[in-house]
Design a protein around this ligand. Structure first.
Ligand SMILES: Nc1nc2c(c(=O)[nH]1)N[C@H]1C(S)=C(S)[C@@H](COP(=O)(O)O)O[C@H]1N2
Ligand SMILES: [Mo]
Length: 197
């Protein structure tokens, strides 16, 4: 990506800062409601497509292959954080184990009622995972532990914390922030913050 203006010259982070973002070393907590505390013994994730419905408990999730990735993350409230390391189950492996079919859209739900929508290709083609570790340690409750969705190439509101359900379908239902005017897709590089962007 070409660098432009002051930001591009001033930082050693050329090409890694999406437009309108600043880089922080902190890890801010952003939750629309209270932090959910879900014990691993109670935690379940259901993956369904209207025909097939498969529920994974904590042990079943850990039977699936896990990967570790290091990636940059971008929040719509303008902070970006570089080189965050996550461990979890790639969504491709999860869907394969769930036996779900080929559908275009996903509606993701959390314990506590948060929802978000995204195209299935964005869950399959990239680094999207069910993350259970951050920085080599179990994911803290405030950041979505015991397990959250991570979709690092989209604004972080798509990365549902306290993940409980992924429902696939032919139509795109809107999630919590999308219904409130946030962009349906949320690409940080195109600054897709709001529906009007
Ligand atoms: N369940 C749930 N997941 C959520 C949210 C939320 O309010 N509830 N907020 C989203 C938003 S807007 C952001 S920026 C990230 C923040 O993740 P963090 O608190 O780990 O930084 O979580 C996303 N996932
Ligand atoms: Mo956010």
């Amino acid at each position: 990506m070409a660098t432009r203006g002051f930001q591009g010259r001033a930082r050693s982070t050329d090409g890694r800062v999406p437009p309108g973002q600043y880089v922080t070393d902190d890890f801010p907590v952003l939750t629309a409601g209270p932090t959910e505390f879900v014990d691993t013994s109670d935690w379940e994730l259901t993956v369904s497509d209207g025909i097939v419905s498969t529920t994974f408990d904590w042990a079943a999730l850990h039977e699936l292959p896990m990967e570790t990735i290091t990636t940059d993350i971008h929040c719509v409230t303008h902070w970006s954080k570089f080189d965050t390391t996550w461990r979890g189950v790639p969504i491709e492996s999860l869907f394969e184990a769930a036996g779900v079919g080929d559908f275009d859209f996903a509606l993701v739900s959390s314990y506590g009622g948060y929802t978000t929508n995204l195209p299935v290709t964005d869950l399959l083609d990239r680094d999207a995972m069910v993350a259970v570790e951050f920085d080599g340690a179990p994911l803290e409750a405030e950041h979505g532990g015991p397990a959250r969705l991570l979709v690092p190439h989209l604004y972080l509101w798509k990365s549902a914390k306290w993940l409980s359900e992924i429902r696939l379908g032919d139509d795109e239902d809107q999630g919590f922030w999308e219904a409130a005017g946030y962009h349906n897709y949320g690409d940080p590089w195109s600054e897709q913050r709001y529906t009007s962007d």
